[in-house]
Ligand binder design. Structure first.
Ligand code: ATP
Ligand code: MN
Length: 540
């Protein structure tokens, strides 16, 4: 459907567009798939999904993500390597260039919302160069009712032109690709990259700024689901730790898989209207909900077919390990709508500890909860880069520092306040990573065991179980739980070489302590009581 010139002018004039060859406004998903196929942006898989490549970038590019530094943000944003300042004039120049670049092209406009709670919602308008990125916006943001009047002045807009490349020398970028947030113009510019995750994480960055700063609402990098009794669980964790996988639970309603807000009075709400699941090694047996969501309307990114077929080979890593599938939330059968829920009863911190020294499940008191939230630990496995044989630690405050425009202590203080206001909330640390040794010796925790541990915590099966205090981590480790072999609950028991466990655990504990030094000004005695016990102080 191509809209009248007047409609288009009212939609696009505020974004700087004057005339375009052809503008497609809010096309249906079926039409967007048609356009994407016709324009060779992708191909169909045998389950009806659209398979697309994102080009040179198969993940976000954090070093090319900027925030415009102006009177509105200069004193509020936490500037540094994560929130890199960008000049207003350069932004305006790039905006102009992008509008010119798109002037003679077909463009796709999408109106949507971010935020399932209307009180905290943003009206969005996305302008994309390709049909498939528009379908991504349809899948990932909240969809207005069919026929709804969306001739609004958006609260925030996105221009995404993967084919437009910046000239770093004159445009002020680091390289040709960029994602720049401008809170004064209420506009995100994305160029030079086709990685669709930049779009969703761009809006996440916006809400991570606006909600705590202006609405007393905690923004969280977590998934969420809700039990039949209305009990909410949220799952914080860095990439690959299991937010999406573990929130898809046939016995619980899915609220959302990645981004939520926790309001002062109305519980939690999903920011998004879709899921962006990792697809590597996906199987129907292990992840049936996600598997069946790969249907007509879904987008699979950077995957390859089994030769001679149109069946996706999910084991194929030839393009990237970070293959993805994007689908609307309602493709998961038990997703709830609207995706809002009460304040959480259980909070899970997910970590994929590739050293294999953290317990697979432990209960945290407030000190440990605050300490682990500020630490935001996970590990990357060896082997992805040449010459790296040891797992690499990652500490990312609030399990998502790269998405936080404000100082991490702002979010941590809000979480601490929420815990004080909800004293019955349980906080659990779940190691979805290695057991029986570090990466290379041990193995990743079986998904079925992790699911059983989470189910036990949610069902209250751990209420009457004995706990022991872990000598290094200080966290409470349950003695037993249903459907999980007892001997895996204490990680030291799973290692053949106990001395190696003790040494590896001490080394990791020292890294925690070392990382935490940067929060010395924030850390009070209560938080420091959550630190691991380190025998020998390390100097780095
Ligand atoms: P992102 O923030 O990048 O979306 P995520 O936290 O949502 O990351 P998932 O998409 O859930 O991460 O990825 C977890 C991956 O780890 C999945 O591929 C899952 O199959 C695999 N996995 C293997 N063992 C486990 C386990 N014990 N628990 C959870 N996930 C596991
Ligand atoms: Mn996810």
């Amino acid at each position: 459907m191509t809209k009248s010139a007047a409609t288009l002018t009212s939609c696009l004039a505020p974004l700087g567009f004057t005339e375009n060859a052809q503008v497609h406004l809010n096309l249906s998903p079926a039409k967007l798939v048609q356009y994407a196929l016709r324009r060779s942006e992708g191909v169909l898989t045998d389950t009806g999904a659209l398979m697309c490549d994102t080009g040179q970038f198969t993940g976000r590019s954090p070093k090319d993500r900027f925030i415009v530094k102006d009177a509105g943000t200069a004193d509020s944003v936490w500037w540094g390597d994560i929130n890199i300042p960008f000049d207003t004039d350069k932004f305006n120049q790039l905006h102009q260039k992008m509008v010119q670049y798109l002037a003679d092209k077909e463009i796709y406009v999408r109106d949507a919302y971010a935020g399932a709670n209307p009180t905290y919602q943003l009206k969005l308008r996305a302008v994309t160069e390709s049909a498939w990125h528009n379908l991504f916006c349809y899948n990932m943001f909240l969809r207005p009712e069919p026929g709804a009047d969306t001739s609004w002045l958006p609260d925030f807009s996105i221009i995404c032109a993967p084919g437009f490349e910046a000239n770093p020398a004159v445009d002020g970028t680091r390289q040709k690709n960029f994602a720049i947030l401008n809170f004064t113009k209420k506009l995100i510019l994305i160029g030079g990259t086709g990685y669709a995750g930049e779009i969703k994480k761009g809006i996440f960055g916006v809400l991570n700024y606006l909600l705590p700063h202006e609405r007393q609402t905690l923004a969280m990098h977590c998934s969420a689901n809700v039990g039949q009794a209305g009990d909410t669980a949220i799952f914080f964790g860095l990439s690959g730790t299991g937010k999406t996988t573990l929130s898809a639970d046939p016995n619980r309603g899915l609220v959302g898989d990645d981004e939520h807000g926790w309001t002062p009075d109305a519980g939690i709400f999903n920011f998004e209207g879709g899921c962006y699941a990792k697809a590597i090694d996906l199987s129907a047996e292990k992840e049936p909900e996600i598997w069946q969501a790969i249907q007509t309307g879904a987008i699979v990114e950077n995957t390859r077919f089994v030769p001679g077929t149109t069946t996706v080979d999910f084991a194929n890593k030839s393009v990237t390990e970070n293959t993805r599938v994007a689908y609307p939330l309602n493709f998961i059968p038990n997703a709830i709508e609207p995706s809002v829920a009460d304040a959480p009863k259980n909070i899970f911190f997910l970590t994929a500890d590739a050293f294999g020294v953290l317990p697979p499940i432990s209960k945290l008191d407030k000190c440990h909860a605050m300490y682990h939230f500020m630490s935001g630990y996970t590990a990357k496995v060896a082997g992805t880069e040449m010459g790296i044989t040891e797992p690499q630690t990652t500490f990312s405050a609030c399990f998502g520092a790269v998405f936080l425009p404000l100082h991490p202590t702002k979010y941590a203080e809000m979480l601490g306040q929420k815990m004080d206001e909800n004293p019955d909330v349980n906080v659990w640390l779940i190691n979805t990573g290695w057991s029986g040794g570090s990466y290379g010796v041990g193995a990743r925790m079986k998904l079925s065991y992790t699911r059983a541990m989470i189910t036990a915590a949610l069902n209250g099966d751990l209420d009457d179980v004995a706990f022991t205090t872990h000598p290094v981590w200080g966290v409470a480790v349950p003695a037993s739980l249903p459907n999980v072999p007892t001997h895996i609950l204490d990680p030291r028991d799973t290692w053949t070489d106990k001395d190696a466990y003790d040494k590896t655990a001490a080394d990791l504990a020292a890294k925690f302590v070392d990382n935490f030094r940067k929060y010395a000004a924030f850390a009070n005695e209560e938080i420091l009581a959550g630190a691991p016990k380190v025998a020998v102080a390390v100097s780095v």
